[in-house]
Design a protein around this ligand. Structure first.
Ligand code: CP
Length: 323
């Protein structure tokens, strides 16, 4: 008798009520989010960019750190899905009177939101809220830990240009030490089979990063050589205590991405940056605004990816099919 291998059906839902990090997602769940984002993107092309998928749901955007792209695209995503949205900036809340994150969250929770999108300077802040809140918690960047929706929109953008992520050489260059974008991207890209290289000054290289399945080098040229994707990361001066490099001018000379240096990459390389950019520090304006740059596409894709995350965490098709 022969036995036939039965393939598992594709998954159609996320297992968790929260999105705290890429570390919690399987490769199949990542692909589900990316595929759902493809469907969500079409909504943004309609004359009326709105569907009732999250009608009756309340989403609170709670931002303890500055943001342009993440906060705005979450709000647009929520509105496109017809959720009721509230934006709370720490500077305009009772946090300035000394209220703690936990008390702030418990008071918001008393008003029964369905989801809280949190950005906070402390690594692990989202995990803390996830333990005390009934509402789903979405990590919009916690300290130096994770920024999962950034990595998801980066993957969406790469897939758009390269069809598949497996086997691509992805060079991530810059302030690796302070970057939550790095940590989320390393996990996502290695889960999907990319060949990930990281490069930056030795003082900004996280200890043991090579144990996460990436190759590290202090030579930017080595990282860029033959790369399909080059992702630049911002120097996060606000998180630095002490001197990590002699001067911004020297940093640009040794690690900055210039048109000349980019010639080492594949002819169809794409240039990415999560923003905000320090032009003339980690990236030359000629590269940022040049033909290989997909930086503004990343921003556009952020809306579709965040719609997908909100929709799937709210229950996806089980909750509401009208997308
Ligand atoms: N990429 C990113 O997180 O940008 P913002 O800080 O503007 O949200």
């Amino acid at each position: 008798m022969t036995t036939r291998q039965v393939e598992a059906p594709p998954i159609s839902a996320l297992r968790h009520k929260d999105l705290l990090g890429i570390s919690d997602l399987t490769a199949d769940e990542i692909l589900l989010i990316l595929d759902t984002a493809e469907a969500m993107r079409e909504i943004g092309d309609r004359p009326i960019k709105k569907v009732p998928a999250l009608r009756g749901k309340t989403v609170v955007n709670l931002f303890f750190e500055a943001s342009t792209r993440t906060r705005t695209s979450f709000e647009i995503a929520e509105k496109r899905l017809s959720a009721d949205t509230l934006n709370i900036a720490a500077t305009a809340s009772s946090v300035v009177k000394g209220e703690t994150l936990v008390d702030t969250a418990l008071n918001l929770e008393a008003m029964a939101p369905d989801m809280i999108v949190l950005r906070h300077a402390a690594s692990g802040a989202c995990h803390l809220l996830s333990r005390i809140c009934r509402a789903g918690i979405i990590n919009a960047g916690d300290g130096m830990h994770e920024h999962p929706t950034q990595a998801l929109l980066d993957a969406f953008t790469i897939r758009e240009h390269k069809k598949s992520i497996a086997g691509l050489k992805v060079a991530i260059i810059g302030d690796l030490l302070h970057s939550r974008v790095l940590r989320s991207n390393v996990q996502l890209l290695t889960k999907l089979g990319a060949d990930v290289w990281v490069s930056g000054p030795p003082t900004l290289m996280p200890a043991g990063i090579e144990r996460q399945g990436v190759r590290k080098t202090t030579s930017v040229d080595e990282a860029v050589e033959g790369a399909d994707v080059v992702m630049l990361l911002r120097l996060q001066i606000e998180r630095m205590q002490g001197m990590f490099f002699p001067s911004l001018r020297e940093y640009f000379t040794v690690f900055g991405m210039t048109r000349e240096r980019l010639k080492l990459a594949k002819h169809d390389v794409i240039i990415m940056h999560p923003g905000p950019m320090n032009r003339g520090v980690e990236i030359d304006s000629e590269v940022a605004d040049g033909p290989y740059s997909v930086i503004l596409e990343q921003v556009s894709n952020g809306v579709s990816v965040r719609m997908a995350v909100l929709y799937l965490l709210a229950g996806g098709a089980e909750h509401e099919t009208a997308v």
